[in-house]
Design a protein around this ligand. Structure first.
Ligand code: BV8
Length: 232
């Protein structure tokens, strides 16, 4: 158990879901392999070719809804930590899958959005969405119904929950990063912010991330082994 910590912030990235069968972005056969980031993860790319972008996210949503992916031991260990710690655990995830919730995590911030929600491209209002988003799907919140888009934060868009995240980093006495390459900001900067406020910092990853030097402690190996080892 992680005594004596009482305020733990955990940042997760695609690597925590890799052993559940969800592809990462920048690894071998990653999601970016057959897509240019600017074509599928920017507002410009969506405006240029909405059908291509919808299809990129529809395929990932279908996988999530297919029943073929489940939380792995890393997600389950974090949910157990939240239940058992005499203190507070905040999961800040860059992932848009629902595997943390499926494992039982409750206190979670999806800073890059959620695959199982859609949003009005005009107002940003979100609704739960359990199927494909087609170009014919329009919102119910605007006088002139606007197209529905994936509820996902693209490059150049403001991540979700930044105030809550900064508050959590201010209080944290332990910051753990799991399964992220540290390639994307502002998430990659959270370790520096937590350390500045006196938190101990641990990186758990398959290999050193781009911000490995910022961590006080580093342990490398698959998340399904490393996270239970740290938490139990
Ligand atoms: C913003 C969409 C500002 C969702 C994604 C400095 C400060 C602030 C911003 C910037 C900055 N410098 C540059 C920027 C701009 C930009 C940015 O960071 N660019 C990068 C390329 C330099 N950031 C932004 O635009 C962000 N917005 O800053 O807004 C603003 C302010 C005011 C007003 C408006 C705006 C928005 C960033 C969000 C972009 N959206 N995707 C989706 O499609 O899912 S990013 C994409 O990368 C995903 O969201 C993903 O979450 C994220 C990070 O990737 P990882 O999760 O780390 O995955 P990756 O494949 O890279 O790595 C996996 C790791 O796991 C590897 O290290 C691997 O070794 C490991 N692993 C693999 N298997 C395992 C494992 N580990 C353990 N066990 C295993 N089994």
């Amino acid at each position: 158990m992680l005594f004596p910590y009482r305020n733990i912030v955990v940042l997760t990235g695609a690597g925590i879901s890799a052993e559940s069968g969800i592809r990462t972005f920048r690894d071998q056969d990653g999601l970016w392999e057959n897509h240019h980031i600017e074509d599928v993860a920017t507002p410009e790319g969506y405006r240029r070719d909405p059908a291509l972008v919808q299809d990129f996210y529809n395929q990932r949503r279908q996988q999530l809804l297919s029943g073929t992916v489940a939380p792995n031991a890393a997600h389950l260990a974090l949910a157990k930590l939240e239940q058992e710690l005499d203190g507070k655990v905040t999961i800040v995830t860059q992932n848009i899958d629902n595997l943390h919730e499926a494992a039982g995590t409750r206190n979670i911030i999806h800073m890059h959005g959620e695959l199982l929600k859609a949003q009005c491209s005009q107002t940003g209002q979100t609704v739960n969405w359990q199927g494909d988003i087609s170009l014919d799907d329009h919102c119910h919140c605007c006088q002139m119904p606007a197209p529905m888009r994936p509820n996902v934060v693209w490059f150049g868009e403001m991540p979700i929950g930044m105030d809550r995240i900064h508050d959590a980093l201010l209080e944290a006495d332990l910051f753990i990063s799991i399964g992220t390459s540290g390639a994307v900001y502002p998430a990659a900067g959270f370790v520096h912010e937590a350390a500045m406020h006196g938190a101990h910092t641990i990186e758990l990853n398959l290999e050193p991330s781009e911000v490995e030097d910022e961590f006080a402690e580093k342990r490398y190996g698959p998340a399904s082994v490393m996270v239970p080892e740290l938490v139990d």
